[in-house]
Write a protein that binds this ligand. Structure first.
Ligand SMILES: C[S@@+](CC[C@H](N)C(=O)[O-])C[C@H]1O[C@@H](n2cnc3c(N)ncnc32)[C@H](O)[C@@H]1O
Length: 239
């Protein structure tokens, strides 16, 4: 039997390294188009940052004017988030259990890279919770690694050194090495193809409005590797 999946981010050393990360290289493409995809923050719109980690994505949402609550399963990451923003609301949700939160609480939900680390058997239940937490007319953005991310190298990641990354099946472990942080230990993700996400969205009662695939532009100040022709991320916009 294969060993149980362990969240890479339940680790104080990894959390401290991740907390230093801003929006370099390939990460720029994850955040660049979010303001347009999220739409205007309006007055008092409440947003959940599911898998807020060390708070980078929560602070990004705050910067856009949303009233933000962060939630994460890793205490080590939440400790970093609280250190950087003691006034922020950061909830500990072991295993991604959001059952304590009331229905229709959020106008927007962002999940940035979180589902890359969630085992297949838990994905459906968590998406069901996120659907329940969304207000009518609200929007959920699920930002995940593209299927191609693991097969190629990028400005911010080395992925081609892992033979298992070449042709993974749904549920297989896949690996990346982050180039922008001092922690070079491989990050373990769980491969989930787009077709499987679509099936899970439908089962959770979520409607896929669009899938955005951000590409690098030649005039951006980064040494793109494959980013100008292949999108490293996919941002699914759901209602
Ligand atoms: C790659 S980090 C991204 C953090 C943050 N969104 C950002 O962009 O900086 C992924 C985060 O998802 C969290 N995560 C993984 N599985 C989770 C789950 N089942 N429930 C809640 N958070 C989870 C991890 O602990 C980690 O902090």
């Amino acid at each position: 039997m294969s060993r149980p999946f362990q969240n890479t981010y339940e680790d104080p050393v990894r959390a401290a390294a991740y907390a230093e990360l801003q929006y370099p290289g390939t990460y720029h493409l994850a955040f660049r188009d979010l303001p347009e995809l999220l739409g205007p923050a309006g007055l008092g719109l409440r947003a959940l940052d599911f898998g807020c980690g060390a708070g980078r994505s929560a602070r990004f949402l705050e910067g856009l004017g949303f009233d933000v609550e962060g939630a994460d399963s890793a205490e080590a990451m939440l400790a970093q988030a609280r250190l950087r923003n003691p006034a922020g609301v950061y909830l500990h949700v072991p295993g991604g259990d959001l059952s304590a939160l009331p229905d229709h609480r959020y106008d927007r939900i962002l999940s940035a890279f979180t589902f890359d680390n969630i085992p297949p058997e838990a994905k459906g239940q968590i998406l069901g919770h996120l659907a329940r937490l969304l207000r009518p007319g609200g929007r959920l953005l699920n930002l995940v690694s593209s299927e191609e991310l693991y097969r190629m190298d990028w400005a911010s990641f080395t992925c081609t050194g892992f033979p298992g990354n070449r042709d993974p099946r749904p549920g297989d472990r896949v690996y990346t090495i982050m180039k922008d942080v001092p922690d070079a230990r491989p990050v373990e993700d769980i491969f989930c193809p787009e077709t499987e996400y679509r099936r899970l969205y439908e089962a959770a009662g979520l409607r896929l409005e669009r899938s955005h695939r951000p590409l690098g532009r030649e005039d951006e100040p980064f040494a793109w590797v494959n980013e100008t022709r292949v999108a490293p991320w996919r941002i699914d916009v759901l209602s």
